[in-house]
Design a protein around this ligand. Structure first.
Ligand SMILES: Cc1ncc(COP(=O)(O)O)c(C=O)c1O
Length: 378
């Protein structure tokens, strides 16, 4: 398809993310949720948080869902609740947001990075098998950009090795792996409700999903100063509760998530159609999973110059992630060097995330594709 057929007359800058359109359609219900929290005057946990936990657990398909302060804390607490601590190693992808590795450090353990698959940029599962050691206590598959890792294989690797699995589903709300949702297949699933996520709060928030009552109980302690139902502080915990206001707002948004994800997929399909003839490397899609396109990430030559020209043409872009974690200063102490993860290093130099959000108009997708085409032609 020729991009010009869907460009229309749009001239304004196309933002990388636009949350206004999503919120405009539900502003009345968000405002009434806000008023009801004011009236109830219970601002942390409470009925609103419980209501959202129940709804989100039912949506993901787990028997427990525990609201916490952020996706990072969800990962941190899930690791601790899975028995990870000092002296343990946790295997995860080198191409992920820094929080995945931060959470491992917060639990007192050591991140062991593995390279990613050239086509999907998801964790390379052969590399996971090769990285297992007697110290490995857990694996964190990251459902990067909204596409689930092959959880059947992850679980079989983990069960054979006797290690726990904590899914980083912070970018994959609603995605399916086979017939089960991301976040319901490992020992625990972790979600972020950072505002720009597929399901985002109007501030920070996070959730752990699990079918294991012992893991759920430990996370309930950790998030609230180690306090149990009798109000005794049975261990030293953290202050990381899901705020009632965020829970109330998220409860209003959750019923729209399927439609919003479908709109993302629709824009991704249109991007694929328009960009394929242009010579851009499209996002690799795996069979047997559903991708919810938190991000639409392509690869192109001369990426930095291309991004500058796209910005000049009124198309905002981003990079996820510009520096693979083993080359970030924060993780230098781990002793990795350039060349250790060639696929992720090559990808970091060529990936570009194009604008992606619900209610993106076809004309806007068309204009982005046309701008990319122009940049690559010259
Ligand atoms: C893959 C991944 N893991 C973890 C996190 C951390 O979530 P939060 O920012 O809510 O702490 C994020 C969110 O940015 C993420 O994208």
């Amino acid at each position: 398809m020729d991009p010009s057929s869907v460009i229309g007359e749009i001239r304004e800058t196309i933002p990388f993310v636009d949350l206004h359109r999503m919120h405009a359609g539900i502003s009345d219900s968000l405002e009434s949720a806000f008023r009801s929290v004011l009236e109830e005057s219970a601002f942390t946990l409470g009925k609103k948080a419980q209501g959202f936990e129940d709804a989100f657990g039912a949506y993901v398909g787990t028997t427990h869902a525990i609201g916490v302060g952020s996706g990072t804390d969800a990962l941190h607490f899930a690791l601790r609740a899975c028995g990870v601590g000092s002296g343990d190693e946790v295997i995860t992808a080198v191409n992920t947001f820094t929080a995945t590795a931060e959470a491992i450090l917060m639990a007192g353990a050591t991140p062991v990075f593995v390279d990613v698959d050239e086509r999907t940029l998801l964790m390379d599962l052969d590399a996971v098998e090769a990285a297992l050691s007697p110290k490995t206590r857990a694996i964190i598959p990251v459902h990067l950009y909204g596409q689930p890792v092959d959880m059947t294989r992850v679980m079989s690797i983990a069960r054979r090795a006797g290690v726990m699995v904590i899914e980083d589903a912070c970018q994959a709300h609603g995605a399916y792996c086979g017939s089960a949702r991301a976040g319901s297949l490992g020992d625990a699933g972790c979600f972020s409700f950072y505002p720009s996520k597929n399901l985002g709060a109007l501030g920070d928030g996070g959730m752990v999903t699990t079918n294991d009552p012992a893991i759920a109980a430990r996370i309930r302690l950790l998030r609230n100063h180690g306090e149990d139902a009798s109000r005794l502080h049975v261990e030293s915990g953290y202050c990381s509760r899901l705020h009632s206001l965020q829970a109330a707002l998220l409860s209003e948004k959750l019923p729209h998530l399927e439609e919003w994800n479908a709109q993302r997929v629709r824009s991704a399909d249109l991007y694929d159609t328009l960009l394929a003839p242009i010579g851009v490397t499209l996002p690799g899609r795996n069979q047997g999973v559903s991708h919810v396109f938190h991000l639409y990430v392509v690869r192109m030559e001369n990426r930095d110059a291309a991004r500058e020209r796209l910005a000049a043409a009124g198309v905002q872009t981003a990079i996820h992630y510009a520096v693979p974690l083993h080359l970030e200063p924060a993780f230098a102490y781990l002793g990795y060097v350039r060349g250790d993860f060639p696929v992720a290093e090559r990808a970091a130099a060529s990936i570009v995330s194009l604008p992606m959000y619900p209610f993106m108009r076809d004309e806007e997708v068309g204009r982005v594709a046309a701008a990319v085409g122009e940049v690559l032609r010259d």
